[in-house]
Design a protein around this ligand. Structure first.
Ligand SMILES: Cc1cc2nc3c(=O)[nH]c(=O)nc-3n(C[C@H](O)[C@H](O)[C@H](O)COP(=O)(O)OP(=O)(O)OC[C@H]3O[C@@H](n4cnc5c(N)ncnc54)[C@H](O)[C@@H]3O)c2cc1C
Length: 463
């Protein structure tokens, strides 16, 4: 779509980035946040400092390695930089302390053929960069953020930071830099969000045309349904929709008359078996720039710019097998619902229902029964299917006579709910950062292989 499409009724909520200097520092399509969102695709590694080391090897005359004490004794400095993430946020003036990559490389002799660097991390994540991008002050290994030790959720004890690149290049939990002659694609297992965009954050308008392989298309809102008092589902009719996989999301773009534009991501709630339309389910964030608009202004017949489907990691299809363990908090249940709806459809038809569906359990954390999105449908699915169980925990308010869980998700609860599925379960966790962190770490502690634990977070950072 080349011409600008103006979203009916959208005037936009101007943040501090709406005008002037701050706006000029926000790349096209990004929105300014004061939060520090946590984004990673699996459990957070926690290597004790006494076992931590940082290594430089590859095309160097002599590999080099530092223990934590040795690394901390290297000359460090403060950095105040703007960071942009492929998930659309930009945060200005982030204050870090760390050791420049230039300082690290002073300790090795680079081979003249050295052209690329691969940063590798605890958890199996690697990220590739041209060597030129990390030299001359282009990158540093940070160990403090905002005057405090870097927390594990944000990549502590140490992470690479490459301010001129989208944040997924800034490998969390860094353990080494491998110098290479050739480039090597990144391996996104647990370390950061994957992204379809090129890694550059240049504010140049060409970024948009270069960066996204996915075109915007116009969806018509064909139905609107309230799920809970603060959550509603929009059905979007998409004539040019190529189909999606359960767990993927779309981007929505709203544009005001004056050109002011914002984008947000929303998981697809519906199963891929429904052709030509998708559901998205949106929680109303009271002071939000987009979700209140989707609640208060949008009516059937309105048109919205959409692109997608996006994401290939937080995806489950029936062909992946099971057992399937889903843990959701609040609106984090949305992509999990797509998986359950797909699972329900995959066993029907000519195939034998009993054998074609994998055993599945959903542990759903909600504040109260009224906040349990899709509850009637979830209960009906479970009632009709002996291999599916939906377990609720109501953390603030329980229904009269409730004998189920009434606390936040914890290790003991996870052990109980996981038990019938066993440690081979394919696990998908989605919700606020705190829930995702607790759950992913507890499940790894309970013996699940980290590569079977996939996470997605869409709340605030909680830090
Ligand atoms: C891959 C992905 C999938 C997503 N899927 C969904 C989905 O299916 N349904 C859905 O409702 N949202 C989903 N989100 C979140 C969504 O993209 C928006 O962030 C959310 O709707 C808030 O946007 P906003 O413009 O209303 O608020 P903003 O203007 O972005 O934020 C306003 C304030 O609220 C805080 N905030 C943002 N999100 C939350 C939250 N969830 N809870 C509490 N505080 C918050 C911000 O930190 C900020 O302080 C998803 C996000 C991602 C990255």
């Amino acid at each position: 779509m080349t011409e600008r499409f103006v979203t009916r009724g959208f005037v936009g909520r101007r943040s501090a980035a709406g005008d002037g200097d701050a706006a000029a520092r926000v790349p096209p399509g990004q929105y300014l946040t004061t939060d520090f969102p946590v984004l990673s695709a699996g459990p957070t590694p926690r290597t004790p400092l006494e076992r931590w080391s940082l290594r430089i090897d590859g095309l160097v005359a002599g590999p080099m390695s530092w223990s934590w004490e040795e690394f901390r004794a290297l000359p460090a400095r403060d950095w105040t930089v703007d960071i942009s993430c492929v998930t659309k946020w930009t945060k200005l003036d982030m204050r870090w302390r760390g050791v420049s990559v230039d300082t690290l490389l002073e300790h090795v002799d680079l081979d003249p053929a050295a052209a690329y660097v691969v940063a590798w991390s605890d958890g199996g994540y690697t990220t590739n960069l041209p060597l030129g991008d990390v030299l001359n002050g282009g990158a540093f290994v940070a160990f403090e953020y905002d005057g405090r030790p870097l927390t594990p959720e944000h990549g502590g004890p140490a992470r690479l930071v490459v301010p001129a690149r989208y944040f997924w290049k800034s490998a969390k939990w860094i353990r080494g830099l491998r110098i290479q002659r050739e480039d090597e694609p990144s391996a996104t297992t647990t370390g950061a969000t994957s992204g379809a965009k090129s890694a550059t954050t240049a504010t140049d308008a060409t970024v948009r045309t270069m960066a996204s392989p996915i075109d915007w298309q116009l969806a018509t809102v064909s139905a609107v349904r309230d799920e809970t008092p603060s959550v509603r589902t929009l059905t979007l009719a998409l004539p040019a929709w190529a189909g999606h996989r359960p767990g993927q999301h779309v981007d929505l773009r709203l544009t005001a008359e004056d050109g002011y534009s914002v984008e947000r991501s929303y998981s697809i709630a519906s199963e891929p078996e429904r052709a030509g339309e998708i559901d998205i389910t949106v929680e109303r964030i009271p002071d939000g720039g987009v979700s209140p608009f989707l609640h208060e202004v949008i009516v059937p017949g309105d048109r919205l710019e959409v692109r997608g489907p996006i994401g290939g990691y937080f995806v489950w299809e029936s062909s992946h097998g099971g057992p399937l363990f889903l843990v959701g908090g609040g609106s984090g249940v949305v992509p999990l619902m797509a998986m359950l709806r797909h699972r329900a459809r995959s066993g029907s038809g000519a195939t034998d229902r009993a054998t074609s569906r994998v055993a599945a359990r959903l542990l759903f954390s909600c504040r109260s029964p009224d906040d349990a999105i899709y509850r009637p449908e979830l209960d009906a699915l479970a009632a009709a299917d002996p291999d599916l169980e939906v377990v609720y925990t109501f953390t603030r308010l329980q229904p009269p006579g409730w004998s189920g869980y009434a606390r936040r998700v914890d290790r003991a609860m996870l052990a109980e709910v996981l038990e019938p599925l066993g440690a081979e379960a394919r696990t998908y966790i989605c919700g606020p950062t705190a829930l995702v962190e607790v759950t992913a770490n507890a499940l790894v502690g309970l013996g699940l292989a980290p590569d079977r634990v996939r996470t997605e977070r869409f709340g605030p950072s909680g830090t």
